[in-house]
Design a protein around this ligand. Structure first.
Ligand code: HEM
Ligand code: HEM
Length: 547
């Protein structure tokens, strides 16, 4: 016992450094980890429930890698045709690709195979959902502002790569549903003017479906995209560390400090626990909720399409774009331009790109070059919040379009009526959502103002001696009043007088006028309720002192 203590302990003057210390010294001399750990491990992270979404992305991504590597041990990305002879009776004697057969084998023969497959698929759905919610959290709190614009772009790239990784994974098992997905993608590629056919032949190694696409998608799915994503995730997290996390306004919190718990030991314990929680929930979903039962769908055949064929949820909006688009087609000089497919195909990246460039547009409008480490409350940026909700509404409307068949069968509606509803809602719903959201934000700002000036409604009604009824208001704490009034209320940008002092017309570039107009939309009188001033507060609370 005493031997062990002597060898592994910190050591003393008589015995010199302990073994553990020597190993640590050796490693530190080569990696410099001590200095790194000393500066980084005590890094402080602020706490808020919405900061958990980034962690959900991270953990589901790790779970995808773990389960994905396991799946590669059994999955065979081969389009070679085989006759099924496994244990699942209904498929006996059916011709299929080896890819499909190996997926059925993973589900039926490999011990725990179905569970891992299902965890992988559920994790993919949660991963993309996590990214969308995390992105919207960052958007609504303005956490993309300087210095985090590049990290916003890293994140956005992760989202795009996540969508493609999901699509390539979904296509691997070569069941009827995934084959339909590949066919859909090929149709979209074919619609590209001039080069569409060439690209399709290049990707598929000849006519659709061919023998090459599954092995190619496999390499892309298990190696190329996860590799790039892993690198980007590391870069993303290094930047989160480097910039420090944003925090919500509160007493003692400034643009120059971070108030929260240290990474080690508090955050690492919380994060570790949360990882297992996410893993546990995904394992439970994988265990109890069937997802992609490929054996019931059967192998892919180019001449068949199953009813109710749907992509995974996150691609529902691209499906919607295609389904609701009128089938416009132009035939000229012996060529066909398939606008009914090409326009939606081109709109898809544009809708996504709008979100990528937003921070730069906002910066151009506000001309704000300062760093921002205090997160906005969404209500205090009504125009931005309105735009975010409008974007989400568009996404939602298109998802309804993508599932038009399911809406029709489940709610006994006409599919044409749904298609027309989506066509109209595509143009009407986002602006409507924008206006309604802005009004709600302004209403909430007004409520904050009331609360600061008059306190919180207590629900207690009092009758005064002269007969008047009043509701007793409880004053807010000083900390709460600070929280509700800490935000800035910038003035909109003005173009200034259009004639100079000598009465000569001043040239104002069109871009400047546009900027001033947008700036008014963001910060004009209709976009923010003036927050109470100290003078107003004093007036309300001087003398009469009650509600
Ligand atoms: C694989 C996907 C992703 C992972 C693993 C990930 C992970 C994280 C984590 C753990 C944080 C710190 C905690 C938090 O704020 O939630 C964070 C912050 C951040 N993420 Fe992501 N993220 C991903 C995707 C995205 C996307 C899609 C965007 C935006 C388009 C984005 C933009 C940001 C920004 C700007 C921050 C800094 C936020 C702040 O300081 O308030 N991330 N990310
Ligand atoms: C970013 C992350 C990833 C996403 C979104 C994703 C998504 C998917 C999806 C939706 C499927 C279809 C599952 C099914 O059969 O129902 C799939 C299959 C597959 N994935 Fe992934 N995956 C990811 C990462 C990985 C990684 C890192 C690997 C391996 C290193 C991997 C290996 C596989 C394999 C071998 C299959 C085919 C087996 C099967 O379908 O059961 N995946 N993936």
């Amino acid at each position: 016992m005493s031997e062990r203590v002597r060898n592994t302990g910190p050591g003393n003057r008589a015995t010199g450094p302990g073994k553990g210390e020597r190993v640590a010294d050796w490693a530190d001399g080569r990696l410099g980890v001590h200095t790194l750990a000393k500066t980084q491990m005590r890094k402080v992270f602020p706490d808020h429930w919405s900061f958990m979404f980034g962690e959900i992305c991270l953990y589901s991504f790790l779970i995808l890698i773990l389960t994905g590597v396991w799946l590669t041990l059994f999955f065979e990305p081969s389009a070679a045709e085989v006759e099924y002879n496994g244990s699942y009776e209904p498929l006996k004697g059916v011709l299929m690709t080896r890819a499909f057969e190996s997926t059925v084998d993973i589900s039926m023969e490999v011990r725990g195979g179905l569970l891992i497959r299902q965890i992988h698929h559920w994790a993919a759905l949660v991963f993309v959902a996590g990214m969308l919610v995390h992105m919207m959290r960052v958007f609504f709190t303005g956490a993309f502002r300087k210095p985090r614009e590049i990290n916003w772009l890293f994140g956005w790239t992760l989202l795009m790569l996540g969508l493609i990784t999901g699509l390539t994974g979904y296509s691997l098992p070569d069941d009827l549903l995934s084959g339909t997905g590949i066919r859909f993608a090929q149709g979209a590629i074919l619609s590209i003017p001039v080069v569409g056919t060439y690209i399709s032949f290049f990707l598929f190694g000849g006519e659709f479906p061919g023998h090459d696409i599954i092995p190619r998608l496999f390499a892309v799915h298990v190696l190329l995209l996860p590799g790039i994503m892993l690198g980007l995730v590391v870069a993303h997290l290094i930047l989160v560390f480097y910039h420090k996390h944003t925090q919500f306004a509160g007493p003692g919190r400034t643009e120059r400090n971070v108030v929260g718990a240290p990474f080690l030991p508090i955050y690492i314990a919380k994060a570790g626990g949360f990882f297992f929680l996410v893993f546990g929930v995904l394992a439970m979903m994988g265990a109890i909720a069937t997802i992609n039962p490929v054996w019931a769908l059967g192998p892919y055949r180019p001449d068949l399409v199953g009813t109710g064929a749907q992509p995974d949820w996150y691609l529902g909006f691209s499906e919607g774009l295609i389904r609701v688009m009128p089938s416009w087609e132009i035939n000229a000089w012996g060529h066909t331009l398939e606008l009914g497919v090409f326009i939606p195909f081109a709109l898809f990246p544009l809708i996504m790109a709008a979100i990528a460039v937003y921070p730069f547009i906002e910066k151009w409008v506000t001309k704000d070059r300062r760093e921002h480490h205090i997160a906005d409350r969404p209500r205090n940026a009504p125009t931005r919040t309105g735009l975010g909700v409008a974007w989400l509404t568009l996404y939602g409307v298109l998802m309804v379009g993508g599932g038009n068949d399911l809406w029709a069968t489940h709610f006994h509606l006409s599919i044409n009526a749904i298609t027309w509803f989506v066509r109209v809602a595509f143009f009407v719903a986002p602006p409507l959502a924008f206006v309604v959201t802005r009004r709600i934000c302004l209403g909430l700002q007004r409520r904050d103002r009331e609360k600061v000036l008059h306190g919180r409604e207590s629900g207690t009604i009092k009758r005064l001696p002269h007969g008047e009824y009043i509701e007793v208001h409880q004053p807010l704490s000083q900390a709460e009043r600070y929280r509700l009034t800490a935000h800035e209320q910038p003035r909109p940008h003005e173009v200034g007088p259009l004639v100079d002092a000598n009465g000569v017309a001043r040239k104002v570039p069109r871009s400047e006028r546009l900027r001033a107009r947008l700036s008014h939309a963001m910060y004009g009188p209709g976009s923010q309720v003036p927050k109470p001033t100290a003078e107003e507060y004093r007036q309300v609370h001087s003398g009469e002192g009650h509600h």
